[in-house]
Ligand binder design. Structure first.
Ligand code: PLP
Length: 405
């Protein structure tokens, strides 16, 4: 298996150039690197097929439309959505969540209605709901976590009331690595007739996603965390919800007929895609899905888990390491503190030794408050990482410890 992944790493041009050849890249939870096939697909698109989509009678526009719509079908198959029109292209997870928070609030939220979020959410799955709550008089209710970084399921169930209108929860925590039992959460919420939005920013590359099996109402993710370019993401929504929600932004492509008196809106998915979309991004996302499928989703999951296990054991060998997040079910994200040292100091020194990690609050300040820490050092894994990368991290951390004491 290690050889298989060594070969895969060769497909990533960033590690082939002289500048980053020896870089140990442990920041894939923020943004993963892209393989040749993705970069080439985007480049080919601009060299051979680029034109605006949907409105053109000319052949180049039709070709661009065909490639854009086949990217949508690729995503549909990848997450097993029932219909292609349940796949909305967005700029990323953040925009997908904003789209739902905004339109859901307009359609359904009233004063004193309740939105359930968890203590481990990324700001992207807090602030849009907070803004929706401020506009409508609705309230946020927060599902607490235990010391290991797992949701308290009993508390989750007890938080439901007649006023609960939606649950919005992350699939995998970008700080703790916790894999939440989303299927169970969704089943319970549905028994109370409450829809569930899953923030899949971290889930999409670390799990085999089948939205019909999960039965989630919405699933949001970003291309740039799954080997695709930035600026492209997905909102999956069940047809019945997307049909019922009002449009998010107004503009070209999302309309059926416009007059100064009245506008009628286009069918799904175009109702939610105002303006010229990121066609090149969709092409890149489609190529990234091919790449993931070629590697084998199960192989990627297994590889990440092996790295997580190895890293957890090796980090524990360093005296003074405190791992933040010890859930029974974890993905390839590992947060830690090195003795009393500030995460930014640790990260800066690691960078001087050619190791890229992320430090800080990771856009999860309420979680930091709950844990009573300012931030963490976070290592996260991608398809190009190996046990040797973790060995290098451990050696470097031992040096950092000496330098800072
Ligand atoms: C759990 C989670 N949700 C949401 C986001 C936001 O993703 P994006 O910045 O791609 O919109 C991130 C990004 O790190 C994340 O980890």
């Amino acid at each position: 298996m290690a050889k298989f992944f060594d070969e895969i790493k060769k497909q990533f041009p960033i590690f082939k150039g002289t500048e980053w050849k020896d870089l140990v890249y442990l920041d894939s939870a923020a943004s993963s690197q892209s393989p040749d096939c993705v970069i080439n697909a985007v480049s080919d698109y601009y060299s051979t097929t680029h034109s605006n989509v949907h409105r053109g009678v000319h052949s180049l526009s039709q070709k661009a439309t065909q490639i854009y719509e086949s990217a949508r079908q690729k995503v549909q198959q990848f997450i097993n959505a029932k219909y292609a029109h349940e796949i909305i292209f967005t700029r990323g997870t953040t925009e997908s969540i904003n789209l739902i928070a905004d339109t859901f609030a307009k359609k359904y939220l009233q004063p004193n209605d309740e939105i359930l979020l968890s203590q481990m959410e990324h700001h992207s799955n807090i602030v849009p709901w907070q803004m929706a709550a401020q506009r409508t008089g609705a309230k946020l209710k927060i599902i607490p976590i235990n010391e290991n970084g797992e949701l308290l399921m009993e508390d989750f169930r007890n938080l439901f009331s007649q006023n609960t209108k939606i649950v919005a929860i992350t699939h995998i925590s970008n700080v703790l690595g916790t894999i939440n039992p989303v299927k169970e959460l969704i089943a319970f919420a549905h028994q109370q007739n409450v829809p569930v939005l899953i923030d899949g920013a971290q889930g999409i590359k670390s799990q085999n996603i089948d939205v019909q099996e999960l039965d989630c109402d919405f699933y949001c993710f970003s291309g740039h965390k799954m080997y695709a370019p930035t600026g492209i993401g997905i909102l999956y929504g069940k047809e019945k919800h997307l049909e019922a929600l009002p449009p998010y932004q107004g503009g070209g492509d999302m309309i059926e007929r416009v007059s100064f008196e009245k506008t009628t809106f286009n069918a799904l998915p175009f109702k939610f895609e105002a303006g010229t979309p990121n066609i090149g991004g969709a092409v890149g996302l489609s190529a990234a899905i091919d790449f993931i499928n070629d590697c084998g989703v199960e192989n990627l999951i297994e590889h990440e888990l092996q790295l997580l296990d190895y890293a957890t054991n090796r980090l524990h060998e360093i005296e003074g390491i405190r791992i933040i997040g010890n859930a029974a079910q974890k993905a390839g994200v590992i947060s830690f503190l090195l003795a009393q040292h500030h995460p930014a100091d640790v990260g800066t020194l690691l960078n001087m030794m050619n190791i890229a990690v992320r430090t800080g609050h990771h856009c999860a300040q309420p979680l930091m408050d709950r844990l009573q820490i300012k931030g963490t050092v976070r290592a996260s894994f991608g398809v190009y990482n190996s046990k040797e990368d973790i060995d290098k991290l451990v050696i470097a951390l031992c040096k950092v410890k000496q330098m800072l004491s």
